[in-house]
Design a protein around this ligand. Structure first.
Ligand code: SF4
Length: 196
């Protein structure tokens, strides 16, 4: 029967001449170890995974603080929290050298345009963390001066709750961002687009 014949991987659009046996399962060796375990045990990976790993180990934040939350953000470079463990202690003064924008504080309408300009000047891939309730939703500042959520002008990858979030909470957000990127989740601007 035709469907019992081995099929070439290129029939499925893959660049390979290897045969695909529909009934062939993983080998005993692969079953015992599991594919992920096998990758770890042998130290093999794909180029995409290696690049993503490297990007999470050198994610440089932009030097950008808006309000009280910025004090908590600054403390993550101190010896107590030691963001250098992730290769992230180099806060950059130029958005062209930064990957990560931590919006730490309430965003006044007056600051919306400069913030968006900084985001636009950052090179891709780039990520945004909304730190604290004010950056995430306007928080208790439900008035005409404050932007009711920074995601109205830039796509946000991670929201960190609380007022103010402790440095541990920001670290948790950063670790979640690393995990998502290493798992292959695209940056927010690819998923939700950028408002014009
Ligand atoms: S969330 Fe709290 S600490 Fe952060 S900017 Fe708003 S009022 Fe200040």
């Amino acid at each position: 029967m035709a469907d019992e014949q081995p099929t070439r991987l290129r029939d499925y659009g893959l660049q390979s001449e290897r045969l695909l046996w529909p009934t062939k399962g993983p080998s005993r060796f692969e079953e015992e170890l599991g594919v992920d375990e096998l990758e770890r045990a042998l130290g093999i990976t794909t180029l995409e995974k290696a690049v993503r790993w490297a990007q999470t180990k050198s994610m440089w934040p932009d030097t950008f603080g808006l309000a009280c939350c910025a004090i908590e953000m600054m403390s993550i470079v101190s010896a107590r929290y030691d963001i250098a463990r992730f290769g992230m202690e180099a806060f950059r003064s130029s958005p062209r050298q930064a990957d990560l924008l931590i919006v730490s504080g309430r965003v006044a309408h007056k600051m919306a345009a400069p913030l968006r300009q900084i985001y636009d000047q950052m090179l891709e891939p780039k990520w945004v963390i909304a730190m604290g309730v004010c950056a995430s939703s306007g928080g208790m500042f439900n008035n005409y001066t404050i932007l009711q959520g920074v995601d109205r002008i830039v796509p946000v990858d991670i929201y960190v709750p609380f007022c103010p979030p402790r440095p541990e909470a920001l670290m948790e957000g950063i670790i979640r961002l690393h995990e998502a990127h290493q798992a292959g989740v695209p940056p927010a601007y690819e998923r939700v687009g950028v408002a014009t």
